[in-house]
Design a protein around this ligand. Structure first.
Ligand code: GLN
Length: 196
């Protein structure tokens, strides 16, 4: 299994490191040609505006199509913004693969960044989470499962093949959220084999 990491801007290396520590092969994705041969894609944090400007329109469109066909994707922070259906009250111009609305920079300015411990559904009660100018979920679609809350707001959610966190698990030593995403890819691969 090879997992792609969108490598246009942001915390790319940190995700690669977390995946490699789990023994997973990784591939940096900068354009459509790099999507060949990967079984899932991580969209890192950084600046969603910068990432979307660096991504060609056809790459975003291709990712939108792949997500719609069930391809596993995991977005952290800016990556979550790229995957959300609505951003700051308007329809997303990006990928829009998960039926949620987000508000950017909901945790305030960069100086307000913080680290905390979260209870994450199906993963554990003591998952460390680093928030850096994090987006918060303002609307949750019916089919979206909230997986973690912070101060009453949803900060991690999943809709089938799409997983998002407002925080940065790749900036901690804890690998459980990455392992959970690998589990989503494996589930999908098994389902595919079942069809064949
Ligand atoms: N606030 C950033 C954005 O809008 C996200 C911050 C992050 O990814 N750490 O893209």
């Amino acid at each position: 299994m090879i997992v792609g990491v969108l490598g246009l801007q942001g915390a790319v290396r940190e995700h690669v490191k977390s995946l490699e520590r789990l023994g997973t092969d990784t591939k940096i994705v900068k354009g459509e040609a790099d999507l060949d041969g990967i079984s899932g894609l991580v969209l890192p944090g950084g600046e969603s505006t910068a990432i979307s400007l660096l991504a060609s329109g056809s790459l975003l469109e291709r990712l939108r199509r792949m997500a719609g066909e069930g391809f596993p994707m995991f977005g952290t922070c800016a990556g979550m913004i790229l995957l959300s259906r609505e951003v700051d009250g308007a329809p997303s111009p990006y990928i829009g693969a998960i039926d949620i609305g987000v508000r950017r920079n909901a945790s305030g300015r960069q100086v307000d960044s913080f680290e905390t411990i979260l209870k994450v559904e199906g993963i554990g009660e003591d998952v460390p989470a680093v928030f850096i100018r994090a987006p918060y979920v303002t609307r949750l679609g019916e089919r979206v499962v909230p997986m973690a809350l912070y101060a009453g707001a949803v900060v991690m959610a999943r809709e089938e093949n799409v997983l998002v966190t407002s925080f940065h698990p790749e900036l901690t030593e804890d690998l459980r959220i990455h392992r959970y995403f690998l589990g989503m890819i494996e589930e999908k691969d098994e389902a595919k084999e079942g069809e064949g």
